[in-house]
Design a protein around this ligand. Structure first.
Ligand SMILES: [Zn+2]
Length: 306
C-alpha cells in the first residue's frame, strides 16, 4: 500500500475500524472462552458475539492492540510507515510524521509491532540448503563505561547474532556457472557462547532435512541430531564468497540500515530491530506487506494453530 492510497482508503477512524473488523472476520474469530468459531457481529456494540456461549470479543481483544487506547488509525499509520519505508523509520521521525504528542507511545507501538513480525516469522522453519554464520552488531553503551570496555569481535561493545539464509545453488545451463539464489532468512541474537544455545536455535529454526553450511568447524556442537547434513566451508576466500554469500550480504545490509536509521541500538532491543529487518526482507516480493502485517497483528494470543 502506498501512502496516497492509504489516505484515500482510510480517511477516518471508522474506515480503519471496518477494515480491522473485516480482516478479523476473514481470519476467523475463535471464542476465548469455549473455542467456538461461529460468531455474530453486534453492530450496536462493535463486538463479536460467540454463537454458542454469547461471550463477546472486542476488535482489539487478544490482538497486539489489546489494552491500547490509541485509535485504530494511529495503529494503521504506524504499520503503514513501517512497511512502506524500504529502510524503516525511526520513532522520532514517525512521531513527527503522524503528529503524535508522545514519543514513548510511538516507540512502544513500533516495538510491539516488531514483536508481532518476529512471532510471525518464528512460525516458519528454513529448509533445503542453509547458509549459517554469525555477525557482530555494535550496541549502544553508556558513555562513562566506554573506556573500560574491550574492543573487537565478541567484546562487550557488540552483540553476537546468528544469521541463517536459505540458499539454492542454480546452474546456468548456457555458461555452466553456478550461482546461489536466496529465499528466506532468520536472524537471532545469541545470548551466550554456549553450544547448547546454537543447537536449540538450529532445532527450532531449521527443517530436519536441511543441509547447513558453516564458516567454521562444527565440532564444538552436536547438530547431527537436528539436520540432515552440515559442512564447514574452509575459510578459503572464494568458497566463502559463494557458499556464504547471502548471510554476509544480509549482515552488512542490516548493519548499514541500523546505522543509518537508528544509529546505535540498545542491545536489549536488537532482536526487535532484527525481526523487522528480516520480516521485510522475507517479504521483499510481496505486493502488500501492510495487509500482511494487519493480519499478523490481529491474530489473538489464544489462537496458536495456524
Ligand atoms: Zn464461546
Amino acid at each position: 500500500m502506498k501512502i496516497l492510497e492509504f489516505v484515500s482508503k482510510f480517511s477516518d477512524e471508522q474506515s480503519c475500524k471496518e477494515y480491522f473488523r473485516d480482516i478479523r472476520m476473514k481470519e476467523g474469530v475463535v471464542c476465548k472462552k469455549c473455542g467456538c468459531k461461529k460468531h455474530y457481529w453486534l453492530l450496536s456494540k462493535w463486538q463479536f458475539q460467540c454463537s454458542k456461549c454469547n461471550f463477546r470479543t472486542t476488535l482489539k481483544s487478544g490482538t497486539v492492540m489489546e489494552n491500547s487506547r490509541l485509535p485504530f488509525r494511529t495503529w494503521s499509520l504506524v504499520m503503514l510507515f513501517m512497511t512502506t519505508t524500504k529502510k524503516g523509520i525511526s520513532a522520532c521521525e514517525l512521531q513527527r510524521q503522524i503528529g503524535h504528542k508522545r514519543y514513548m507511545t510511538v516507540w512502544s507501538v513500533m516495538h510491539r509491532l516488531r514483536i508481532v513480525m518476529g512471532k510471525r516469522d518464528d512460525l516458519y522453519q528454513l529448509s533445503d540448503m542453509i547458509e549459517f554464520d554469525e555477525g557482530y552488531f555494535e550496541k549502544q553503551v553508556p558513555e562513562h563505561t566506554k573506556s573500560n570496555l574491550k574492543r573487537g569481535r565478541g567484546s562487550e561493545r557488540q552483540v553476537n547474532v546468528a544469521v541463517m539464509a536459505e540458499s539454492t545453488p542454480l546452474e546456468n545451463l548456457k555458461s555452466g556457472k553456478i550461482s546461489n539464489h536466496c529465499r528466506f532468512f532468520k536472524m537471532k541474537v545469541l545470548k551466550s557462547h554456549m553450544a547448547t544455545e546454537i543447537e536449540s536455535l538450529i532445532k527450532d529454526s531449521l527443517d530436519s532435512k536441511a543441509i547447513v553450511f558453516f564458516d567454521k568447524s562444527t565440532s564444538y556442537f552436536n547438530i547431527e541430531n537436528y539436520v540432515e547434513g552440515h559442512l564447514a566451508v574452509k575459510s578459503n576466500k572464494q568458497t566463502t564468497i559463494v557458499m556464504l554469500k547471502w548471510v554476509h550480504i544480509a549482515i552488512s545490509n542490516a548493519k548499514r540500515n541500523f546505522l543509518g536509521v537508528y544509529h546505535k541500538i540498545n542491545g536489549e532491543y536488537l532482536q526487535n530491530y532484527l525481526d523487522e529487518f528480516v520480516y521485510k526482507l522475507n517479504r521483499r516480493y510481496f505486493k502488500s506487506i501492510f495487509e500482511r502485517l494487519v493480519v499478523a497483528s490481529v491474530y489473538p494470543y489464544w489462537q496458536t494453530n495456524e
